[in-house]
Design a binder for this molecule. Structure first.
Ligand SMILES: [Zn+2]
Length: 51
């Protein structure tokens, strides 16, 4: 299991964890699906502007 260090309590937690189980620190991470939706939206806007 991959871990990452929590900046809130300096403990190693699951890399996939969105919230630290020890101190409830919320890790700032964007899901890949959300990024894909944003990119699709940008591409659609470009398409709409140029055509
Ligand atoms: Zn923590």
């Amino acid at each position: 299991m991959k871990t990452k260090e929590c900046p809130g309590c300096a403990m190693d937690v699951d890399e996939r964890a969105e919230v630290c189980p020890i101190c409830k620190y919320e890790f700032p991470q964007q899901s890949k699906s959300l990024q894909a939706v944003i990119w699709l939206f940008i591409l659609l806007m470009l398409f709409w502007v140029f055509f």
